[in-house]
Design a protein around this ligand. Sequence first.
Ligand SMILES: [Zn+2]
Length: 324
Amino acid sequence: MLKASWNNGISIKTDNIELILDPIKESELPSFVSHAHRDHICGLRSDYCIKISTIPTISIGELILKKKIKNAIPCNYGEPIDFHELELQLINSGHVFGSASLILKDRDVTLLYTGDLNFTDSLIQKAISPHECDILIIETTYGRPGIVFPPREQIYLDIIQWAAKTITEKHLPILLVYPLGKAQEITKLFNLYTSIPVVSHPSISRINFIFREFGNDLIYYDILNYGDEIIKSGDCVCLFPSNYNISLLKSKYPNSKIAIVTGWAAVYKFINFDACFPLSSHADYPQLIDFTLSCRPKKVFTIHGYAREFASRLTKMGIEAHPI
Ligand SMILES: [Zn+2]
């Protein structure tokens, strides 16, 4: 019998084993780590527990945690894994480089845990593919009716136009982005559709380096390595991590215009920035509904963000659903 509950992460218990999905604390139990965003990599910290993850996520985890990750089971998408009489398989979740969803089969029951997901293609990532399952555990960061992102192509165009206009007006365009995910996507955007060089903060360059090591094409200049020279020329776009201190940025680059890139710009007003762009690595509400229906689950558990609201919507649609 397969049971899902909360135990410092999503606990999946079978007759033989307990597996923790994206633990939020160090744990001795075997863990699945869906991707290498900081709020998801706790499961990689302990030297003792077994960790199931993709090879890129383990590499980025080692970079962030500054240590060798021990007892990892590095997986490729689509490869079947036998684990304590469970059949496991990791698939692309569409969220960021290396991110995975987990398909878990226990005898005749199939469970799908999405982790963070995106159900639309981006310049660097294919969307997640729906998978029929009995139990679906889905992240619902933007799972509130009314949260709808503009078409991705439109946001791409808006970002390029803003950067080009800012340069023409003799200002330095700076985009604040997550170092894993948005940074690679926006670098690729400027590489593909403009001749504007991209200069990146070292925390972004380090992840870009791993992204390239896995065979992905990306052209960027690290700020400490020639990037500063390009900034002086005034003809470039700069990427900094989204938690970077804005006052510090303004004092370093008084001539800059600063924009933030986050899906939350579709929900809240960001008044401290010169511009904001609602580009997200997550699914919006209609995509979450569409994905859920495509998986045809008998039971749904929701997690993160609007978990309660999304579960109650599904219940109204006749699907058994609970926040976890
Ligand atoms: Zn994430």
